[in-house]
Design a protein around this ligand. Structure first.
Ligand code: KIV
Length: 270
């Protein structure tokens, strides 16, 4: 299985090369230094300091209470554990409400060690993406189930099932890529739609509950290890600790399953 050269640190331009070469991208969330070091040693390509930390680390019911200070703190400790993987950090709830706020928060995240920031949605966020990219801040977009919109959605549900919603998602995916995003997370989207979007956009897509047709996959660390976080486990979650036998074994099993296209299978897709 072809992977990024072991010793070579990932860069933002290398993500586009991976898509061009058909190499699957392996991504996991991390929130502390020890896990970051294990992920890096086991060949994980991208590490995300996600605002999921609000739910799996801080014990909240949603990601809304997560602050920029919290993401900066976790970014700093994770960054110290990485030599090879590319570090992406989330812009938490409303820290990207205006371009200026997003710039302030992104500068803090990049100064803490992030190499790319992730933000949810399209619409007015397209201007925010363009504003950041013009200022040399690499951006990962996030579409589909965007957890910061949980109140609007009324829960955590699969997005893009109806024809009109699917069309809107395809348009949004094109728009975030045209605005300058260099990576796109698709969360809880029917597999067929995610595969179609992946074929249509020039930038790599990373799926979570979006089927095997994406250019890469991401899971939340706790879900990949089968830990009970007190939240309902979505269908796409798989416990790799059961087959890996150790944390490092689980990470390697996950990475291998993503790279070989074995994960996600239909049981873990919509
Ligand atoms: O916050 C997070 O961990 C995320 C992933 C679920 C993609 O956004």
């Amino acid at each position: 299985m072809s992977t990024h050269a072991d010793s070579k640190p990932w860069t933002v331009p290398a993500l586009a090369e991976a898509k061009r070469d058909g190499r699957k991208l392996v991504m996991l969330t991390a929130y502390d230094n020890s896990f970051a070091r294990v992920f890096d040693a086991c060949g994980v390509d991208l590490v995300l300091v996600g605002d999921s930390l609000g739910m799996v680390v801080q014990g909240h019911d949603s990601t809304l209470p997560v602050t920029v200070d919290a993401i900066v703190y976790h970014t700093r400790v994770v960054a110290r554990g990485l030599q090879r993987a590319l570090l992406v950090s989330d812009l938490p709830f409303q820290s990207d409400a205006t371009a200026e706020r997003a710039l302030d928060a992104s500068v803090r995240l990049l100064q803490a060690g992030a190499e790319m920031v992730k933000l949810e949605g399209a619409g007015h966020k397209l201007d925010v993406i363009g504003f950041l990219v013009e200022r040399d801040i690499p951006v990962c977009a996030h579409l589909g189930l965007t957890p910061q919109s949980v109140l609007k959605f009324g829960g955590y549900r699969v997005q893009g099932r109806e024809a009109a919603a699917a069309e809107q998602l395809r348009r949004d995916a094109q728009a975030v890529a045209e605005a300058g995003a260099q990576l796109l997370v698709l969360e809880c989207v029917p597999s067929e739609l995610a595969a179609q979007i992946t074929a249509e956009v020039a930038i790599p897509t990373i799926g979570i509950g979006a089927g095997p047709g994406c250019d890469g996959q991401v899971l939340v660390l706790h879900d990949m290890l089968g830990l009970d976080t007190g939240h309902r486990k979505p269908k796409f979650v798989k416990d790799f600790l059961a087959e890996g036998g150790s944390v490092a074994g689980a990470v390697r099993a996950y990475a291998e399953a993503v790279r070989s296209g074995v994960f996600p299978d239909t049981e873990h897709s919509y």
